[in-house]
Write a protein that binds this ligand. Structure first.
Ligand SMILES: [Zn+2]
Length: 251
């Protein structure tokens, strides 16, 4: 029974992940997410059911279009697989149905903005404005203690990032500021602050490592959302343990 539940959750996540690819790619370009049907960006051929099985089509077709053999971006199958995997982690780490849904909401927002950031280096306002009322409604239905924590989270996410954006003068974009504010509403003050510090920590470590190893040039613009995904999800799934571990170290 358990293995069936787990398989269904992974498949559900993978199918949604495939939809998140479409949303993250089309919304910033002001295209409809329903029409036209998916097509190859190089030759325009309409994709059939054989091309559209998440993850498996990519592997089966060797990452190439069946007609024109142009390369398909590995971002798509990675987003699909990651969404399935992270939906499963949300289920395994949650102690209640609300906590699991909270994880699924957070993962959904992050996967969509990750696609947009990798493709266009931007976080679309339309996506944030869609998730904002959704998160607010979720927090009103399943509120945490104390009741003001969601609002404090939103304020903390906004304030921390706005400060960094001011100090770094454009190193951190307005999209990042708004993204953290929206996520703060969902996860509360403690986890959004920890998520912010972890994101910058991962960004710094990977950034410095990349420069020393020559992958990244100084001043080269690097999409920041991958680090936000790493930082926020670490905070959401392991934040309480990390904080307890840290407090044990100093007291
Ligand atoms: Zn093609």
């Amino acid at each position: 029974m358990y293995i069936i539940i787990i398989s269904y959750i992974i498949i559900f996540g993978i199918i949604l992940g495939s939809f998140y690819n479409v949303v993250g790619l089309r919304v910033p370009a002001n295209q409809s997410i329903i029409t036209p049907p998916s097509h190859c960006p190089s030759c325009g051929r309409r994709l059939t059911i054989l091309d559209l099985v998440p993850v498996f089509s990519y592997i089966f077709l060797g990452g190439k279009c069946r007609t024109c053999h142009s390369k398909i971006s590995p971002i798509y199958p990675i987003i699909e697989a990651a969404t399935g995997f992270l939906f499963l982690i949300s289920f395994l780490r949650a102690t209640s149905i609300e906590e699991m849904l909270c994880g699924w909401l957070l993962v959904s927002l992050l996967m969509i903005v990750l696609v947009s950031d990798l493709e266009y280096m931007l976080i679309p306002d339309k996506i944030l404005m869609f998730f904002l009322p959704l998160f607010a409604a979720f927090r009103i239905l399943y509120h945490t203690d104390p009741w003001w924590d969601a609002l404090a989270g939103m304020a903390a996410g906004f304030a921390l990032l706005a400060l960094i954006a001011l100090i770094s003068r454009g190193g951190m974009g307005g999209g990042d500021v708004k993204l953290f504010a929206v996520m703060g509403l969902l996860v509360g003050m403690k986890l959004v602050i920890l998520g912010f510090f972890l994101s910058t920590f991962f960004g710094a470590v990977i950034g410095i490592g990349g420069m020393l190893l020559g992958f990244i040039k100084r001043r080269q613009p690097v999409p920041f959302v991958p680090f936000i995904v790493l930082g926020m999800l670490t905070s959401f799934f392991f934040g309480d343990q990390l904080i307890a571990f840290y407090l044990n170290l100093i007291f």
